[in-house]
Design a protein around this ligand. Structure first.
Ligand code: GLU
Length: 487
């Protein structure tokens, strides 16, 4: 591999030859919504410009990186459908390359060995703090160490420019200027020879020809350091875009305290990948006042100049609203496997139940998530666990016995067990008894589902099926009788 990098001019958003973005998570936890939003923006930008999207796993911190996290990240990306063109590239497989570049910097005196002990550095930091100064390495080893202390493995420090400024034009934040006096000679290789984050990122972004570094703004302070290293390596920097923070409703940085933040948790909670992506694209990006974006539209419309500077607040209600929108808009057959997953999580056997697509159509006006939908649909598949107390008290009263019996009598002969036919029968029954529909429909709902709210009574009868409907009416009648006795 070459030590010099081809790209000499910083790319601009307009004059892009071939866009290459990367998502570079550290596998120290699950894929959270902040990471997923970064991945989405990188993905969209690459797709928008017909470029490539690379997945890089930054696993050099071997103590904190776990295979479980790697799997969760890959799984989360896959579930969201954020497909990458290259990778996953693992940094732990590139140690030889990092060593090679570190050696090159040492050879060219752009980096140096530092033998300062932890004690010395700690004391220095304390001194500087006490004097009201920003803690930074004082450059003791910068001019060479005449007699290196024996048995001490040195770290390698990058020789940061002493003066001048680092300036870059962030696609989100605009011009950012930092004085080199604010920066110090940062460690690029630890005493055990392993490279550090700010260094591996630079080597990788250059080796991978990344044109646009889109990442969270928690990295904005690293950027000038990385730019200095890039320049020392004879390369120019990519276009940076630092995305605004995501906050919880209390104004604090979004975290587990605020509820679900893991992408796979959202899946388990019954959200659809398209809804989550649509939600995430609007977290810090806007296109007029449009809220609903298909994936194709996102790709078509995404631009870095639409990214907001201000932090974005995570809003579960809006996500719920979008999720319901997608539940209603999607072809039911495209939702059945995710719905089945929810029912399985609840240990509901689907063996004798109705068609999942029909249940989805019956329920989707009433549920914001597939989980909610599953919870409200258990009775279509198995016997309800008794009657909801309030519902039974209100609706399974002696006056309900007559209409339920009358309906039962009419239902026994029905061979065409379809919602339409059943709806007509229910209406005929109440008409014959000169009752309002609710006087039959409500007790019947409770009989069939155990609760007072279900989808339309006609479709509910159809989905519960004839045999189980008759048995459940009998059970409700027995309950009413028992209750009358006790009264
Ligand atoms: N590995 C870093 C992180 O997970 C991201 C580095 C980058 O995007 O430059 O925060």
């Amino acid at each position: 591999m070459s030590m010099h990098w081809g790209r000499k001019a910083a790319p601009t958003t307009e004059s892009i030859m071939s866009v290459r973005t990367r998502f570079a998570p550290s596998p120290t936890g699950f894929l959270h919504v902040g990471g997923a939003r970064t991945a989405l923006f990188c993905y969209l930008f690459a797709r928008r410009h017909g470029g490539d999207f690379v997945l890089r796993i930054e696993d050099t911190d071997r103590e904190r990186s776990t295979q479980e996290s790697v799997d969760a990240i890959l799984h989360g990306m896959d579930w969201l459908g954020l497909d990458y063109d290259e990778g996953p590239v693992y940094q732990t497989q590139r140690f030889d390359r990092y060593k090679e570049v570190i050696q090159d910097l040492l050879d060219r005196d752009l980096a140096y060995y530092c033998y300062c002990s932890r004690e010395r550095l700690d004391a220095l930091r304390e001194e500087q703090k006490a004097a009201g100064l920003k803690p930074r390495y004082d450059g003791r080893c910068a001019d060479g160490v005449a007699s290196p202390p024996e048995g001490v493995q040195p770290v390698v420090r990058f020789r940061n420019p002493k003066d001048g400024v680092v300036q870059f034009n962030d696609a989100v934040r605009g011009e950012v200027t930092i004085s080199n006096t604010e920066l110090d000679d940062l460690i690029i290789a630890r005493a055990d020879g392993t490279p550090t984050y700010n260094f591996t990122v630079v080597v990788d972004d250059l080796d991978m020809n990344i044109t646009h570094v889109v990442r969270g703004d928690d990295h904005v302070n690293n950027t000038p350091r990385q730019i200095n290293i890039m320049r020392a390596l004879g390369a120019s920097e990519p276009q940076f875009a630092h995305l605004p923070m995501i906050l919880g409703p209390d104004g604090q940085r979004l975290s587990k305290r605020h509820g679900a933040v893991s992408v796979l948790q959202f899946r388990d909670d019954g959200y659809l990948p398209d809804a989550l992506l649509n939600y995430l694209v609007r977290l810090g990006w806007s296109h007029g006042d449009q809220e609903v974006f298909s994936r194709a539209e996102m790709i078509d419309l995404f631009a870095l100049d639409g990214v907001n500077k201000a932090a974005a607040t995570f809003d579960m209600d809006k996500l719920g609203w979008l999720n319901q929108h997608y539940l209603k808009e999607s072809a039911p057959e495209s939702l059945t496997s995710a719905f089945e997953y929810q029912l399985q999580q609840m240990a509901v056997s689907l063996a004798n139940g109705p068609d999942l697509g029909e249940v989805i159509v019956a329920q989707r006006e009433r549920a914001q998530t597939l989980r909610e939908m599953a919870e409200q649909s258990v009775f279509y598949f198995q016997e309800p666990d008794g009657f909801d107390e309030g519902a039974a008290k209100k609706h399974l009263r002696p006056v309900a016995a007559e209409p339920l019996l009358a309906l039962r009598a009419r239902l026994t002969d029905v061979s065409d067990w379809q919602a339409e036919t059943l709806g007509v029968i229910v209406n005929d029954t109440v008409e014959a008894l000169e009752l309002k529909l609710g006087k039959l429909a409500q007790p019947l709902r409770v009989a069939l589902s155990g609760r007072a709210a279900t989808p339309g009574i006609d479709i509910t009868l159809a989905l519960v099926g004839k045999e189980r409907t008759l048995a459940r009416i009998d059970k409700a009648l027995a309950f009413i009788k028992e209750r009358a006795k006790q009264a």
